[in-house]
Design a protein around this ligand. Structure first.
Ligand code: FES
Ligand SMILES: [Fe+2]
Length: 353
């Protein structure tokens, strides 16, 4: 599991002021809250005294967090600023960051946390379409799946599963063999991996036929693993020749994948588009139609990933994986993730200020 990465823990509206939330990201339990001024804070969720969950405590008038067990008080930096049993003689603790603090950022309405070691080299990946004037955003999730985040990452790069898993909605038999162009970031900057598929005079499945307004047409689709925590999908499509003529319609889909811990993930999908679509005589936002149509697709993927995880959990004994040519993006993603995992992760120690 890659820890040194920005991961989504919710949308801005999920964090009401002065309410403590317990959340788990990449195997770390965190307590997250929004202060009275709107700022967000994230600390290790375990009290440094006897590991009582800090989210069961309370926020005091001065903005400190009081543990519900013995009353150790922490400031938003994780410094212990009061210990009732020591009656004021706690200065030695105040010099320590007793509880680890984690960077947390709200950006275009999305809340991101960095569960890695040390400070992140840069901010969360950019998501400009989430607040583009005139664009609609349709939000779905979070789905919580009993599956490793890596299985979802592999799924999103590998559209050869459009048949048979999604046959009858977004997929057809022919989708499984659409050629894919793969490009990998040369210097580790995002996007890490990008897969592009171009379909021309293609017989769409029923869902894409609806989105693009024709049974046979052209479609460009780009699936980018921006970071292990975010995919950006861009699709445009329409009748034959419409892409080149600039007459196709399309959308951007952000997918946030957060490893909760080994064998568990959280998944959000936010579809963005400025365009509308006529459905039964009514103009509807394309973003909303796509999000709605994809609910069945997500349920199919969720089923597949949890079934796959059930087999993964049995271990490797007697199993040998067969990789075919079209698994290239998945193999590249595995290497990337292994490199990223290998390049981190000592536990943060209490740091003297
Ligand atoms: S466990 Fe939190 S104060 Fe003792
Ligand atoms: Fe899928």
């Amino acid at each position: 599991m890659v820890r040194s990465c920005w991961y989504v823990i919710g949308l801005g509206g999920d964090f009401a002021p002065e309410t403590l939330h317990e959340t788990m990201v990449a195997g770390r339990v965190l307590v997250v809250w929004r202060d009275r001024a709107g700022g967000l804070h994230a600390l290790d969720g375990r009290c440094a005294h006897k590991r009582f969950p800090l989210a069961k405590g309370r926020l005091l008038e001065d903005g400190t967090l009081e543990c519900a067990y013995h009353g150790f008080r922490y400031d938003p930096e994780g410094r212990c600023v009061a210990v009732p049993a020591l009656a004021g003689r706690h200065e030695h603790l105040e010099r320590l960051r007793c509880v680890a603090r984690f960077p947390v950022v709200e950006q275009t309405g999305v809340v991101w946390v960095w569960p890695g070691v040390g400070e992140p080299p840069s901010g969360p990946p950019s998501t400009p379409e989430l607040e583009e004037p005139g664009w609609q955003v349709a939000v779905r999730g979070p789905w919580r799946l009993r599956a490793d985040a890596q299985l979802l990452i592999e799924n999103l790069l590998d559209l050869t599963h459009f048949y048979p898993l999604h046959a009858g909605n977004i997929g057809t038999f022919a989708d499984a063999s659409v050629p894919v162009e793969v490009s990998r970031s040369s210097d580790g900057s995002p996007p890490l991996l990008t897969c592009t598929r171009r379909r021309r005079a293609f017989h769409f499945g029923p869902t894409k036929a609806r989105w693009f307004g024709c049974d046979v047409g052209d479609n460009d689709a780009t699936h980018a693993m921006v970071t292990p925590g975010m995919f950006r999908v861009e699709e445009r499509g329409g009748p034959v020749g419409s892409l080149e003529a600039g007459l196709a319609r399309g959308f951007v889909l952000y997918q946030f994948i957060t490893p909760v811990r080994a064998g568990e993930l959280a998944w959000w999908r936010l579809v963005c588009s400025p365009e509308t679509l006529e459905v039964e005589g009514e103009q509807r936002p394309l973003a909303e139609v796509v999000a709605e149509d994809c609910e069945v697709v997500v349920a199919q993927d969720a089923w597949a990933l949890e079934e796959q995880q059930r087999m993964v959990d049995l271990g490797d004994e007697g199993f040998r994986e067969v990789q075919v040519r079209t698994d290239a993006p998945v193999v590249m993603a595995r290497r990337l993730l292994a490199d990223l995992e290998g390049s981190v992760d000592a536990e943060p120690a209490a740091v003297a200020q």
